[in-house]
Design a protein around this ligand. Structure first.
Ligand SMILES: O=C(O)C(=O)CO
Length: 330
């Protein structure tokens, strides 16, 4: 029997084929199909995770594990405290998917306001166009309200203001040090915007409300029944941030009863989402859903998966995560 001398790496979630090929050259990879997957923590020196992450119990049992490399930005699915206590380093790729997620924000906004997906479905069901029933809402000049001031919010704001002349309102629940008055890292000019002092004001004034905050105890369920009722009945709600920010029963009620016009969601509380769990949401026409695909462009996935794999390799071999500006320790 040949014993592999390559580091053993656990990869629980889907990974771009080019990165998977590279990983197989560099490591002895354990995927969910591998017989070792049931107790991967006995074997693994490193792990590359996208969605799914790892549990506290797994981190506690993983005696060989030295690094968890998150292929993406958010890290709430990784037990960072336990990892630190056990000397396991955690890395992520901030900024890697900024423009890809911002593009999806634009796509969801257009799809919901112009009823793109709903009308497509209705045509395929045999309804005959045109009809007054199919009137939608223009995007041009609508007030865009952003909750959070990170890079994705900024990239989305830049695209919307340039393409659709949307005035921008911003509310940041954390005291964000970021100023949108400087050029952004891609050299784009500042975006004119108005900062409001409360979520209430943003909800009342915006035609498009979009969330851009991490899930923390402070932001959890920040959008509930009361908040949806503060929005205009003509307004749409976009969430590409995290499902935990939203009370999903309240959103379902608001959509069903036309408290708001529509919603576009890339994230849900329970992912991967299933029709059984979300049957009430899935049956609504005024919602467009995506399977947490904001970072899911071919280009971004190829780049980020390869970076995440290389990070593990550098660390296991050289105790260093390399000099890429995008790879960061937590
Ligand atoms: O990278 C992340 O954390 C994402 O959720 C991308 O959508």
């Amino acid at each position: 029997m040949t014993v592999s001398t390559k580091p053993v790496v656990w990869m629980p979630s889907g990974i771009h084929p080019d990165a998977f090929k590279l990983a197989n050259e560099l490591f002895d990879v354990i995927t969910p199909e591998d017989p070792r997957a049931a107790n991967w923590w006995v074997y693994a020196d490193g792990s590359v995770v996208r969605t799914g992450g790892i549990s506290v119990e797994e981190a506690e049992k993983a005696h060989r594990l030295k690094i968890v490399s998150r292929n993406g930005v958010g890290y709430e699915t990784i037990p960072v405290k336990t990892c630190f206590e056990r000397g396991i380093i955690v890395t992520r790729l901030p900024g890697i998917n900024t423009h890809s997620v911002a593009e999806l924000c634009v796509a969801l906004t257009l799809a919901v306001l112009r009823r793109v997906v709903e009308l497509d479905r209705r045509m395929r069901r045999g309804e005959v166009l045109p009809s007054i029933d199919w009137l939608s809402t223009s995007v041009d000049g609508k007030m865009l309200g952003l909750v959070g001031m990170g890079d994705i919010a900024r990239s989305y704001a830049w695209r919307m203001s340039r393409a659709f002349n949307t005035p921008i309102l911003v509310y940041s629940p954390t005291s964000s040090p970021l100023k949108w008055t400087d050029k952004d890292p891609s050299g784009r000019p500042p975006i004119p915007h108005t900062r409001v002092q409360s979520l209430e004001e943003l909800l009342q004034r915006s035609d498009i409300v979009s969330l851009h905050c991490p899930a923390t105890p402070q932001t959890c369920r920040m959008m509930g029944k009361r908040q949806f009722e503060m929005m205009k009945p003509t307004a749409v709600f976009i969430n590409t941030a995290r499902g935990a920010l939203v009370d999903e029963d309240a959103l379902t009620y608001a959509l069903k009863n036309r408290v708001i016009y529509g919603a576009g969601l890339d994230v849900l509380c329970h992912e991967p989402a299933t029709i059984e769990r979300y049957s009430k949401l899935y049956e609504l026409e005024n919602i467009v859903l995506q399977p947490h695909a904001g970072a899911g462009s071919e280009e971004v996935q190829r780049e980020s998966c390869i970076k995440a794999v290389r990070t593990v390799h550098s660390f296991l071999l050289e105790k260093d995560i390399g000099d890429s500006s995008e790879v960061k320790y937590l």
